[in-house]
Design a protein around this ligand. Structure first.
Ligand code: ATP
Ligand code: LTN
Length: 335
């Protein structure tokens, strides 16, 4: 079976609708056809200098939300990155294959460094895409479901894999493919619908958190920025706000955008927003309950994560042994 791997950072108490529709929904679907491995990448989150207590609780909350969304621990592995030390080991190896210029071109680093000022950014933030490549290549991954903002990082993973195979022979590592679904690859901020919905953007009114209070969710949707015209149609350039609402509506109900547009013909934005608020709240209620069940039973959750880490680590070590050998590192006979 082909392998799927993906991950998110435990950088907030709740995932937002962009994380969910852009990535998590696909993770759940791909379990049916792939051998799936999903990680909470806590080592990545260290680049944001989190408080230890917050990092601990967010790591569990992030995992709980994977499970609440339908990641099935009977079929898929779910684990915490720092429990599998091979990630950091392969990251070092890959850093020796990454050009300075190549790493400097990563736009997410430029954006994030700009926020803190280049001198305030840490080296971990700079080498972050290399650790991400290690996450992926360790599991001989075929497919990586992510949102549009990760495309460039995925390209780097592919380039590194091809470079290593070019030098040490095909099959040294697998070359991964990005899995990015066009319709939901970028969910936009409700207040500024040309920017992606993001937990680090400041305006809490622009995002829908998966674990938010339903009243707040409804309020945010009803106050979403649309435009002065009043026609409900899908046009990302001319009508980004309305198009974003239609995308969310369609993704959560499985109805196609054209059908929705036909249904709302001649009606006002307010109608669309009120209905969408109901749809989102109805959708989030069971998600919230399932996530809270996991959050409130940390032993059970830790058990799932421990089992995932044990299996992931076996796979990761086999890959790492193969790569070390091809590179000419002596076998560790003491093991
Ligand atoms: P940050 O604001 O810190 O950049 P984020 O909200 O973008 O964080 P990540 O943890 O970086 O979230 O992303 C986790 C996953 O969700 C990734 O696969 C990413 O591509 C996807 N994702 C994030 N935001 C969106 C969005 N607005 N639309 C679609 N997918 C998204
Ligand atoms: N960089 C990603 C999170 C991430 C990831 C990965 C995604 C870390 N390692 C491996 C897919 C595969 C992000 O910030 N969203």
């Amino acid at each position: 079976m082909t392998r799927v791997f993906s991950a998110m950072q435990p950088t907030s108490d709740s995932l937002h609708l962009g994380n969910y529709l852009g990535a998590l929904v696909e993770w759940v679907k791909l379990q049916d056809t792939h051998d799936a491995i999903y990680s909470v990448v806590d080592l990545h989150a260290l680049t944001q200098a989190p408080e230890p207590e917050l990092l601990r609780s967010r790591t569990r909350r992030t995992a709980a939300q994977y499970l609440a969304a339908g990641v099935d621990p009977e079929r898929s592995l779910c684990f915490v990155q720092s429990h599998v030390p091979q990630h950091a080991e392969l990251s070092w190896i890959l850093s020796t294959f990454t050009g300075m210029g190549e790493a400097s071109r990563m736009t997410q680093f430029k954006d994030k460094a700009q926020k803190t000022g280049e001198s305030g950014a840490n080296v971990g933030l700079f080498t972050y895409p290399i650790l991400m490549a290690a996450d992926i290549l360790l599991y001989d991954t075929d497919v990586v479901p992510v949102g549009e903002d990760q495309r460039q990082h995925l390209e780097l993973s592919r380039d590194l894999a091809q470079r290593i195979n070019g030098r040490f022979g095909e099959g040294t590592v697998m070359v991964p493919e990005a899995h990015i679904v066009k319709e939901t690859a970028k969910i936009y901020d409700l207040q500024d619908p040309v920017k992606k919905m993001s937990k680090s953007t400041g305006n809490p009114k622009g995002i829908i958190e998966m674990l938010d209070d339903p009243k707040k969710v409804a309020k945010n949707i009803k106050s979403a920025v649309t435009d002065l015209d009043s026609v409900i149609r899908f046009d990302r350039e001319a009508k980004p706000g309305v198009s974003n609402l239609l995308t969310i509506y369609s993704a959560l109900t499985g109805r196609d955008v054209d059908g929705l547009v036909a249904e709302y013909e001649g009606r006002m934005y307010g109608h669309l927003k009120v209905d969408l608020a109901d749809v989102v709240v109805a959708y989030l209620t069971p998600f919230h309950d399932a996530a809270m069940e996991w959050i409130e039973s940390p032993e059970r959750l830790d058990g799932v994560l421990a089992q995932g880490a044990a299996k992931a680590s076996t796979i990761a070590q086999a890959t790492l042994d193969r790569i070390y050998d091809r590179l000419g590192l002596l076998p560790p006979l003491h093991r």
